[in-house]
Design a protein around this ligand. Structure first.
Ligand code: TXA
Ligand code: MG
Length: 316
């Protein structure tokens, strides 16, 4: 659908899939509880998993917060001014205007300005913010192309604003503050290193847990239906030699297995390119009806950390 159709549908309280630089979002008017409820229904998402609110600017984001401590506001503003629009979500004390349903009753609201020209234009046309989780059924791989959304949710939403393939490919980095100090709750499209250059050392608390602060931290998340195992590819190939295996490799194909069942994330070893291709490769391998997907980790730096986090959560 085009921009004006998307605007109309959203104003009528319907759901529209929107492109962002990270992944496609499943959007509704964040201030309309009925519309937000429909997001939870369509995604089959538990009510304890809050939604990210997308806005057009730092000023609009600020207007949806209340009582944020001055030292927190200063750090948040520095990050926003440097990296918005971009793959960074900030958790800040919410104003009463944001329904509790959006934040699952939590005191903070997750806010971000997405860096996609179409969605930015849409946000500027609307007089309300957009609540939007990733546009996939709960727990499944996030969509980075319209066909992923179409296949998974197409018949349950008003339409898709077609913005092509997502440029970053992994979800936004989620950052909040505790006692005035920054904490990363989900590793994502903006690397820890880049954030630290701006505001100094940041605690990274994005590991698996049975009682996660945010469900993006759940151990099993972003998972394909085919079992995915992580390790040294050659060793895994031997171990699973009796099975129909696919391969998700970083730079090089695994000799001895058909190339049609292998996906390379970045032959030149570029971590950002690997992040961009990750979910599409997982979707493709998952559609092949394989017994198992063999995968390897990337170097634990830059966007490699976000990719590794998704691979670990996708693995059995
Ligand atoms: O890149 C992204 O962030 C994408 C695009 C569409 O913007 N969105 C996305 O949304 O990944 P979702 O719902 O799949 O993941 C949002 C994560 C969840 O783990 C949720 O628990 C956490 O953000 N979150 C949202 N609001 C929160 C809040 N108020 N307090 C704590 N965590 C929150
Ligand atoms: Mg998600």
């Amino acid at each position: 659908m085009n921009l004006s159709a998307a605007k109309k549908a959203l104003e009528a309280g319907q759901l529209v899939a929107i492109p962002t630089e990270t992944v496609y979002g499943l959007a509704a008017n964040a201030l309309n509880e009925e519309a937000v409820l429909e997001i939870f229904r369509v995604k089959n998402r538990p009510a304890f998993d809050p939604l990210i609110v997308h806005v057009a600017s730092w000023e609009q984001a600020r207007s949806l917060t209340q009582g944020v401590a001055p030292e927190v506001l200063a750090q948040a503003e520095r990050l926003a001014k440097a990296h918005w629009p971009g793959p960074l979500t900030l958790l800040l004390q919410k104003s009463p205007e944001i329904p509790d349903l959006v934040t699952s009753g939590l005191p903070r609201v997750a806010l971000r300005v997405p860096a996609h020209p179409l969605t930015l234009e849409l946000l500027q046309m609307l007089d309300f913010p957009l609540a939007a989780p990733s546009a996939n059924p709960f727990g499944y791989i996030s969509p980075t192309r319209t066909e992923h959304v179409q296949r998974q949710l197409g018949d349950r939403i008003a339409g898709i604003l077609d913005g092509g393939a997502c440029r970053v490919g992994v979800e936004s980095t989620i950052l909040g503050f505790e006692q005035g100090r920054p904490v990363i709750y989900r590793k994502g499209g903006l690397s820890v290193e880049v954030i630290e250059t701006l505001i100094g050392p940041v605690e990274v608390r994005a590991q698996s847990s049975s009682k996660p602060a945010t469900p993006g931290m759940l151990k099993s998340h972003y998972a394909p239906r085919t079992p995915l195992v992580l390790g040294d590819l050659r060793e895994l190939a031997q171990k699973y030699s009796g099975q129909r295996a696919g391969v998700l490799a970083f730079r090089q194909m695994l000799p001895g297995l058909p190339e049609s069942r292998q996906r390379l994330l970045s032959p030149k070893g570029d971590l950002a390119e690997a992040a961009q291709r990750l979910f599409a490769a997982m979707h493709e391998l998952d559609a092949m009806g394989l017994d198992v997907i063999l995968a390897e980790l990337l170097p634990e730096e830059g966007l490699g950390r976000a990719v590794n986090d998704r691979l670990r959560r996708a693995s059995v």
